[in-house]
Ligand binder design. Structure first.
Ligand SMILES: *Cc1c(COP(=O)(O)O)cnc(C)c1O
Length: 487
């Protein structure tokens, strides 16, 4: 009796030429989508019909790539406004990306390289990019780095290296609870929440994290930092780390890194700089002085997907001394095999499997050159300054924080309206502006007051976009005021 014919399958297409044709269509659609972003509303909300398309059962039998792509196009692409790719998106800190970067992502996924290290060209791409960044931020040749998924992770890695290096005992073996004295660290009241998470995850505990008050410019009070360190030392605690922020999320302020570095040097503390977006002020002609002292950091975290306009997700950690970095994360289990004898990328961070995220960075920098990015960062600062001028010139608007870089915090004014009602009015404005198809901005609280917040990390914005915003905020504010009056 003949043996039943063995059928072995793969996930490859039946017809490569058909795949190419569909792929070309995808590229066309995607590039058209990006190229026409200004013609779409900044934000589109999904309707019930669209939402229903995402509640279908898991397909057990094939629907085919054509159908899957058709569903993506109808359900996602065509229902999607510009959001953060739109020229008038200025909410939170969300980068724009580029169509070219999207193509680089396709290439990276095509090669599908998983980078443990070793003599492979894609490893050299990341190494090259890290060398470039060491140069940009004035880090020494002996520094190391790693590309990671975001600023939150980049900060976590930096703080982990700081903790392990400064502990004075083997934290990896004994654990944080073996610390003879409580290890304390310092940030400001404006420091990003990812530092709180890192402190929690590393077992340092929030009680060990001092949030130093800021001055009227939202910069850490260095005199109070020194006083707090002295107090903690006198109490027998172990200060080990100061987090300086280059570009705070709320107002775009910059801590005085040079002054903080002086304190760290004097007190023997590690200086970690969270430069998630603001580190890139370094490459802008006018803004560079804001990050004076950044080259003195022991560790530095920054994003490429915010103020470098690269597609999500990619960020970077730099560590001044490679051996500190390696000693914090190196692990060589038997199952790494022969590779185990050499230093691998995973010896510098958490991920073992990692995708080829350096490619879009390398290609983006090659395509445009650093100077162009520097001009764009400066352009965003200039646009923020321009919008600040519009706010100041308008009696209905009020500036709520000094503009240091690319963030403008302001509000709609309504003389005579109680503070609580004014807060309520302003808190409703971002949603209203989205609904009107004007722009996406966010809101925050500054000293108890609700502020509208415009953060420009957008290479597509133009001056006219800010004129439009100023006018529409006045219009929307007046409408809200009328509504509230008729309640
Ligand atoms: C955005 C931001 C972070 C977090 O970075 P992600 O890339 O979003 O994880 C940290 N610090 C500051 C100052 C930020 O603006």
């Amino acid at each position: 009796m003949a043996e039943k014919k063995r059928v072995e399958e793969s996930l490859d297409p039946e017809n490569w030429d058909e795949l190419k044709a569909l792929g070309h269509r995808m590229v066309d659609d995607m590039v058209d989508h990006v190229a026409s972003v200004r013609q779409r509303p900044p934000a589109m909300f999904v309707n019930e019909q669209t939402a229903a398309a995402f509640m279908k059962p898991l397909p057990v039998e094939p629907e085919g790539l054509d159908a899957a792509y058709g569903d993506f196009k109808a359900g996602v692409l065509d229902t999607h406004g510009g959001l953060n790719t739109h020229p008038r998106f200025w909410g939170w800190v969300v980068g724009t990306g580029t169509a070219q970067g999207a193509l680089a992502e396709m290439l990276a996924a095509g090669i599908n390289f998983n980078m443990p290290g070793g003599p492979f060209a894609p490893v050299l791409v990341e190494t090259q990019v890290l060398e470039w960044f060491k140069g940009v931020f004035g880090f020494p040749r002996g520094a190391s780095g790693l590309l990671v998924g975001g600023g939150s992770e980049a900060n976590l890695l930096g703080i982990a290296v700081a903790r392990n290096t400064k502990a004075g005992f083997d934290v990896r073996k004994l654990g944080q609870s073996a610390a003879p004295r409580r290890m304390v660290l310092y940030g400001s009241t404006e420091t990003h929440v990812c530092i709180d998470k890192a402190v929690q995850l590393l077992g340092l505990g929030e009680d060990s994290y001092r949030k130093i008050p800021v001055d009227d410019d939202y910069r850490m009070r260095v005199d109070l930092l020194e006083a707090e360190i002295a107090k903690d030392k006198a109490a027998g605690l172990q200060p080990f780390l100061v987090i300086g922020t280059a570009g705070t999320t709320n107002t775009g302020s910059f801590d005085d890194l040079d002054a903080i570095a002086d304190v760290c040097e004097r007190e023997g503390l590690w200086l970690h700089v969270d430069g998630a977006f603001g580190a890139w002020a370094k490459i802008a002609a006018g803004a560079a002085p804001l990050v004076k002292g950044i080259d003195r950091a022991d560790s530095l975290a920054f994003d490429l997907h915010k103020w470098m306009y690269m597609p999500f997700d990619v960020a970077c950690t730099l560590i001044r001394r490679e051996e500190d970095h390696f000693r914090t994360f190196a692990e060589h289990p038997d199952y790494f095999g022969a590779a185990s004898t050499m230093k691998m990328r995973t010896d510098y961070g958490l991920q073992v499997s990692r995708y080829f995220r350096s490619l879009k960075v390398w290609m983006g920098l090659k395509e445009h050159g650093l100077a162009k990015f520097g001009r764009l960062v400066q352009q965003n600062c200039d646009q923020a300054r321009y919008f600040e001028g519009l706010v100041k010139a308008s009696p209905e608007l009020e500036l709520l924080a000094p503009v240091a870089s690319n963030v403008v915090c302001f509000r709609f004014r309504a003389p005579g309206l109680p503070e609580a009602a004014l807060n309520e009015l302003n808190a409703g404005l971002p949603r209203m502006l989205m609904g009107m198809g004007v722009a996406v901005i966010s809101d925050t609280k500054l000293r108890g007051r609700t502020a509208l917040r415009v953060c420009v990390v957008n290479h597509r914005s133009r001056r006219e976009d800010f004129d439009l915003l100023a006018g529409k905020v006045r219009e929307a504010g007046a409408m809200m005021l009328q509504r509230m009056g008729s309640r």
